[in-house]
Ligand binder design. Structure first.
Ligand code: ATP
Ligand code: MG
Length: 307
């Protein structure tokens, strides 16, 4: 009996030492169950109402701090998980680019390679490209984390960035038969932000708009300024396929992608674009909203405080 008890105690001690979730759970259980029970027992023994109120306040404060420590522990754990994902993504980039180069070298000798091997090599290269994009996006997702980012923040002009990115993406839109228009109604407005991050945000929104709009459609983006509220609003609107009502709440989840049969292969993505966009918006203390109607189009609105 004593042996069994000591074994259990040892297992509990090991859990306490090595499992941060167990420690956090214990702290939360203490603050939500054990302390209120102590309060109830004290209520039974204490007659003086002033003393009871003082003890109850002390217990509430202790419970608050214990849960705060528990949540901090969970947050640290999540941070280290994100760092781990970023490190793994970084480490995998070199071997993957070596595999890609080797496959491409093998493809150079196409004339002397059996056609079925050529096909295999081509599909390998295309899958490697997809994997590289996924690793790059996973790294970006970690890099734009509001809590851990190390990005320099400057005064930047979002209207200028929108015009530049629109011009860069026009050939891609034209290739798909889509008209791309950008209106800058706030040419002198600045926000505090990171240029690369805002470029990435606009590129992701325009890429989605192009990808999910059929030939003949239009994409309009614009920057406006609300002088009174000191808010700059960026919107990207397309006349595309739209997002089904039951999927719209999930589009910001990492790896969520919904493939529309009507659009075919053009849409092949990873499902990280909007998750990255959301992190960038948070990093800039902004908000994001998405409205969509099937077969009518989608409108994404991003708001940032100006400086
Ligand atoms: N403008 C849009 N029109 C219609 N559907 C959209 C639009 N933007 C996003 N979606 C839907 O939201 C899903 C998630 O978008 P997200 O950008 O995160 O991923 P993706 O474009 O599929 O892949 P990735 O951006 O990683 O290449 C998409 O798969 C698509 O179903
Ligand atoms: Mg995307």
């Amino acid at each position: 009996m004593t042996k069994r008890f000591s074994k259990r105690f040892e297992a509990l001690a090991t859990e306490l030492r090595h499992n941060p979730f167990f420690r956090a759970r214990l702290k939360l259980a203490t603050s939500t169950i054990i302390l209120p029970i102590c309060g109830a027992i004290l209520f039974y023994f204490i007659d003086n109402p002033y003393l009871y109120i003082s003890v109850a306040i002390c217990i509430a404060i202790i419970a608050y701090f214990i849960s705060l420590f528990a949540l901090r522990q969970i947050r640290n754990f999540m941070r280290s998980q994100k760092r781990f994902i970023a490190d793994v993504s970084h480490e995998l980039r070199t071997p993957i680019s070596i595999i890609k180069t080797n496959s491409e070298i093998a493809l150079l000798n196409e004339a002397n390679t059996p056609p079925e091997i050529t096909e295999i090599l081509k599909s390998t290269v295309s899958e490697i490209d997809r994997m590289s994009k996924m690793l790059k996006n996973l790294l970006n997702l970690a890099q734009y984390d509001k809590e851990t980012h190390e990005l320099p923040m400057h005064s930047i002009n979002p209207g200028e960035i929108l015009s530049r990115i629109t011009e860069n993406m026009r050939p891609l839109a034209l290739k798909s038969g889509i008209t791309l228009a950008a209106e800058n109604h706030a040419p002198h407005t600045h926000i505090r932000g990171n240029t690369t991050a805002i470029e990435e945000l606009i590129t992701n929104l325009l890429t989605n708009a192009i990808k999910f709009t059929k030939s003949g459609g239009t994409i309009t983006s614009s920057i406006t300024l609300d002088h009174k509220e000191k808010i700059v609003t960026l919107f990207v609107q397309d006349t595309g396929i739209g997002i089904p009502a039951d999927k719209i709440t999930r589009v910001f989840e990492p790896f969520f992608k919904y493939e529309y049969p009507a659009i075919g292969n053009r849409q092949k993505g990873i499902g990280l674009g909007l998750a990255i966009v959301r992190e960038i918006v948070k990093l800039h203390h902004g908000t994001i909203a998405i409205e969509s109607a099937s077969n009518k189009g989608t409108r994404v609105t991003v708001r940032f405080p100006t400086i």
